[in-house]
Design a protein around this ligand. Structure first.
Ligand code: GCU
Length: 152
């Protein structure tokens, strides 16, 4: 949760827009460099997926952030508008983690700051070690209430 230690919200913890989990969300100031930081404990070193839940009703569109892991910028994320401050989405990022404690910092690259940040989830590797199972939308038993197209 962005509002609970060891997470650090470089802003205020708010609860004035519904739909957040926990007790609130991180509302950063509208400025470049504003950040929301998470501490993630990883059992192993390697690439990992994390999901960031956010809301962005900014009329000026997407808000950008550097993804800084253990002090190094590893990626640039773009948080699109979600249509309202109470409409939340998750964005999946791939980050290199060390074994043990890691910091993952989202740092605003635009003067509007970050979107509102609800939480970060660390997606743990599948214990079975298998590949994910893919279900094509166009193949039974999937059902498409429309047409199967190939024009894009
Ligand atoms: C509004 C909104 C806040 C949001 C802010 C922003 O003030 O109520 O929740 O953080 O805009 O632009 O970041």
């Amino acid at each position: 949760e962005a509002e609970e230690a060891p997470a650090v919200c470089d802003g205020t913890i708010e609860s004035n827009h519904s739909g957040y989990s926990g007790s609130g969300f991180c509302d950063t100031p509208n400025e470049t460099g504003a950040s929301s930081e998470f501490t993630v404990d990883s059992e192993s070193a390697g690439e990992a997926e994390v999901r960031v839940r956010f809301a962005n009703d900014s009329s000026s569109g997407a808000r950008g952030a550097d993804v800084v892991v253990n002090g190094a910028t590893v990626d640039a994320a773009s948080f699109e508008t979600t249509g309202s401050w109470s409409t939340w989405r998750t964005k999946t990022l791939t980050v290199p983690l060390e074994e043990g404690e890691n910091t993952i910092d989202l740092v605003a690259t635009g003067s509007e700051g970050l979107p509102n940040i609800d939480y970060l989830e660390h997606v743990l590797p599948d214990d079975g070690g298998g590949d994910p199972v893919r279900y094509e939308a166009e193949d039974a038993p999937a059902v498409c209430d429309g047409t199967i197209d190939t024009n894009h």
